[in-house]
Design a protein around this ligand. Structure first.
Ligand SMILES: [Fe+2]
Ligand SMILES: [Fe+2]
Length: 193
């Protein structure tokens, strides 16, 4: 669990976080699109994934609009190492690898949800526009994690999926512990004062 001190320490970095948010939404849409081609799930489940991809693109556009309104330029940015390190915990062979990649997507969605809620709460006192923005996005991110877990259950039995989910959450905890604090949504906790 992320300490609330993490969101307080992000206060001076809100522009950089917002630029990253646009990149993250774009990446989330691209990842969902890729899974559409790879996951052998029935049409109903793929429809949910397609809707998720569209929702991430809507978030991307919404974040770009907010950047524009706040006069913050959107441009290239070095990505945080979080997602790449999570993927290093994935199995190498199919179909286990596909399940792990879907579960990594679920882990990222869940962590994004937690952190955006913390940012919404922390900004409520000093930046209502930003607090409302994060609060609006949080609801969607809460719905996204279970969609990926359900898709994984179309690839392997649910008990195997649950075991891998637990293992990847432990891997994520180790990844976050090793990461320094940075102006990124998935950075490590700030050093204790
Ligand atoms: Fe999103
Ligand atoms: Fe999402």
């Amino acid at each position: 669990m992320t300490p609330s001190a993490w969101a307080l320490a992000q206060a001076p970095h809100r522009d950089e976080l917002l630029v990253e948010q646009a990149h993250l939404e774009k990446k989330a849409a691209a990842a969902a699109m890729q899974f559409l081609f790879r996951v052998p799930a029935p049409a109903a489940a793929l429809r949910g994934l397609s809707a998720l991809a569209r929702e991430e693109l809507a978030h991307f556009e919404r974040t770009l609009r907010l950047l524009d309104r706040r006069g913050v330029p959107f441009g290239p940015q070095a990505p945080a190492p979080y997602a790449e390190r999570l993927k290093q915990g994935c199995a190498r062979t199919m179909p286990e690898r596909l399940v792990d990649e879907l579960l990594v997507a679920a882990v990222i969605e869940a962590r994004s949800h937690e952190r955006m809620q913390l940012l919404a709460d922390a900004r409520r006192a000093d930046d209502v526009e930003l607090a409302d923005f994060y609060a609006d996005l949080v609801g969607a991110e809460a719905r996204h994690a279970p969609i990926y877990v359900e898709l994984a259950a179309h690839v392997l039995p649910t008990d195997a999926v649950a075991a891998r989910h637990t293992a990847l959450l432990a891997h994520e905890a180790a990844v976050l512990r090793a990461l320094p604090f940075a102006p990124r949504l998935h950075s490590g906790a700030p050093a204790e004062a």
